[in-house]
Structures are given as structure tokens and as C-alpha cells.
Design a protein around this ligand. Structure first.
Ligand code: A2R
Ligand code: GDD
Length: 319
């Protein structure tokens, strides 16, 4: 893809995880963007027509240096400790990366001498245990974060709003609901279930699938729809605002499990693994996406069934 001098310069921070490559592909396919990405020094990342830089966001001086070198017009901040389960086990790391790391980025943007737009990727987990009458949640719903990851993402959101107000920075935030698709790590539920089914299909595991809390309801969107929302928000979202990014419909984890099991010919038993149950797991998280739709015209296009099929196929194609 030829980069034009007029292309918007995008920097994706934390691009070697699940979402980063999809976002780079989305920007490249849409055209009009010239894309650079960052990864942690130990991570491998190769994306066609994209330059990757090593960056640990806990190193403030390194953030300054990179911004001065690249002078991005839009920064997509994906870097995070992104797992709720891991945040219970490693709260210190989660606080460091998600709060101190974000602060380093915001301070670097404040001091860089130009005015990039920054899209901070937050989480639906920020809402926590809302009352039944507050479902689906709007951006104005009072957040009551119910786990360490959620607390850090809500702090990120508040820092973003504060820096936008106090310093006039062009910062906006998402609250992204569960996103899924091929290439996600099996720390997360759909990838975890698909990987286990394939292990059973390949005869590497007895036909018993280990699960956590099946009664939770979550709002799942294909990662390719999610990154399209991020691109559109970068173009037409409003400074200082927060946008829910989700499907707008919650589905019980048990229903997801049954859909995945129905895609396999194996007869598989389901067993609860107490280690997969969390100290707190809010019963339902469902998005009101009218604000996002009004701002961008976005709507999800990929069905849950298609995403589950493609994710299972992805795992079947792994060695
Ligand atoms: O922890 P690693 O080695 O997997 O690297 C992750 C990276 N990361 C960092 N990057 C720069 N400086 C740090 N100190 C640092 N710590 C972690 O951020 C990983 O490559 C990336 C995040 O990718 P995932 O964990 O796969 O998250 P995903 O699904 O791409 O979600 C993107 C955003 C995150 O902010 C989530 O909290 C949110 O969407 O849902
Ligand atoms: N991981 C996992 N494994 N979760 C399970 C399992 C299992 O075997 N069984 C049931 N669950 C339930 C969890 O208890 C939770 O209610 C739900 O499935 C989704 O869990 P995860 O897929 O681990 O995701 P998450 O909701 O904790 O966090 C993800 O979504 C957030 C947005 O809501 C991550 O992508 C976060 O980064 C993101 O912000």
C-alpha cells in the first residue's frame, strides 16, 4: 500500500496484542492513514506496510522520544494488562500499566508541542454491578467498578476527561464491551472454549470442557466490527467524550458455550472448574450504543455465529 504525504499519521500503542493487528489492518484497508505501531521489546509483530517500534509505556522518556520522532496525528492507546482474571492475581502490574502507563502517555502528549488526538480504550467492566433498570448501560450510568482491572480502566477514563478539560487535550475514550475473534488468547472465554473443543477433537484431551461462571451475560462483538468503531470515533468522535462500543445485546455465557459445542461432532461433557470462578463477576453487562451510532453511523455487521465459527476454525488450524 502506497503511503501518501497527506495520509493521517496514526500511532497504535500496544499493537502486538489481540486488537492491534486488526486495527492496523482496518486503517490500512480504509485508506487515508499512514500507520506506525508499538510493541513490547520481547514481542514479535509483523504487519504489512506498518513500521513497529519497541515501547514500554512505563518508560516516560521513551514515550517522549517516540512522539517527537513520529509526530502522530491520532494515537490509539491499546496497551494494557487486559485480563480481569489476571488483575486479581497481579493487581500491581495492572495498576502500573493501566494507570501509570496511561498517565505517562497523557503527560507526554501534554508536553509534546503538538496536538494529537488520543483514543483511550476503556472497558464495559467499568460499569460494574448496575441496577436492573440501568440495563442497557449508557455512558452516563454511574460506574461502580467491581474488580481491579475495572478500577484501573475507570481511572484511565477519568484521567482522560481531566486532561481534556484541564489542558485542552483532544482525548476521547471508549468503554469497549467483550470483543472476540480469531487469534485471541485463550485467557478469554470464547477463545478458551474453542481451544478446549479443538484439543478434544484432536484427541489430546478427555472429552470434558472446563468452564467458569456460565450464568453471566456479556455483550459480545466481533473484533473487526470493534476496530471499525475505533477508526470512526477517531474521525468523528467528540473531544472529552466517552463512547460505549458493543453489540447492544447481552448473551448468556452458557448460550455461547452451547453454540460452540453445536459446531463440533464430539460429545463433550461440561465441568465447572472452581479456579475459573472469580471473586466477583457481575451478572449482566449490556451496552446502549446509541451515542456511538449517533456520532459515527456505526453498526455491527458480523454475526455472533460467524465469529464463533471462524474462531473455532482458527483453533482447528493451529498445530
Ligand atoms: O503484556 P504483553 O507483553 O502481552 O503486551 C501487551 C501490551 N502491554 C504494554 N505495552 C507497552 N507498555 C507496557 N508496559 C505494556 N504492558 C502490556 O499491550 C499487549 O501486547 C498489549 C495489549 O494487548 P492485549 O492484552 O491482547 O489486549 P487487547 O485484547 O488487544 O485489548 C486492547 C485494549 C486493551 O486496553 C484492553 O484493556 C481493552 O482493549 O479491552
Ligand atoms: N475466561 C473465561 N474462561 N471466562 C469464563 C469462563 C472460562 O472458562 N467461563 C465463564 N466465563 C465468564 C467470566 O466469568 C466472565 O463473566 C465472562 O465469561 C467473560 O470473561 P472473559 O472472556 O475472561 O472476559 P472479561 O469480560 O473478563 O474481559 C474482557 O472483556 C472486557 C470488556 O467487557 C476483556 O477483553 C477485557 O479486556 C475487556 O475490557
Amino acid at each position: 500500500m502506497n503511503k501518501q504525504p497527506t495520509d493521517r499519521r496514526a500511532l497504535i500503542v500496544g499493537a502486538a496484542g489481540f486488537v492491534g493487528k486488526y486495527l492496523a489492518d482496518e486503517l490500512n484497508a480504509a485508506g487515508g492513514w499512514s500507520v506506525c505501531v508499538t510493541k513490547m521489546p520481547q514481542e514479535a509483530l509483523s504487519i504489512a506496510s506498518v513500521t513497529a517500534y519497541d515501547l514500554n509505556i512505563l518508560d516516560r522518556a521513551a514515550v517522549d522520544t517516540l512522539l517527537a520522532e513520529l509526530r502522530p496525528e491520532v494515537i490509539f492507546h491499546l496497551a494494557a494488562q487486559s485480563s480481569v482474571a489476571v488483575s486479581w492475581k497481579n493487581p500491581g502490574l495492572t495498576v502500573d500499566v493501566n494507570i501509570k502507563g496511561t498517565l505517562n502517555l497523557l503527560d507526554a502528549v501534554r508536553d509534546c508541542g503538538f496536538s494529537p488526538r488520543v483514543l483511550l480504550i476503556g472497558s464495559s467492566e467499568e460499569y460494574g454491578a448496575v441496577a436492573p433498570e440501568e440495563i442497557p448501560v449508557k455512558e452516563t450510568t454511574l460506574p461502580r467498578p467491581g474488580n481491579i482491572y475495572a478500577v484501573t480502566k475507570n481511572t484511565q477514563n477519568q484521567l482522560g476527561r481531566l486532561y481534556a478539560q484541564a489542558y485542552g487535550l483532544d482525548i476521547l475514550s471508549t468503554r469497549s464491551f467483550n470483543h472476540i475473534g480469531p487469534n485471541q488468547t485463550p485467557l478469554f472465554v470464547v477463545a478458551d472454549f474453542c481451544r478446549q473443543v479443538v484439543e478434544i477433537e484432536k484427541g489430546r484431551h478427555e472429552p470434558v470442557l472446563q468452564v467458569g461462571n456460565l450464568s453471566a451475560k456479556r455483550d459480545f462483538t466481533d473484533v473487526r466490527d470493534v476496530v471499525r468503531a475505533y477508526r470512526l470515533l477517531a474521525l468523528t468522535g467528540e473531544k472529552g467524550e466517552t463512547y460505549n462500543v458493543g453489540q447492544g445485546k447481552a448473551v448468556e455465557i452458557n448460550a455461547i458455550l452451547q453454540m460452540i459445542l453445536s459446531l463440533s461432532k464430539e460429545t463433550i461433557q461440561v465441568e465447572i472448574d472452581p479456579a475459573k470462578l472469580r471473586p466477583v463477576d457481575v451478572p449482566i453487562i449490556e451496552a446502549d450504543i446509541s451515542k456511538l451510532q449517533k456520532a459515527t453511523g456505526w453498526k455491527p455487521e458480523i454475526s455472533l455465529g460467524q465469529t464463533l465459527e471462524e474462531t473455532l476454525t482458527y483453533w482447528r488450524n493451529q498445530a
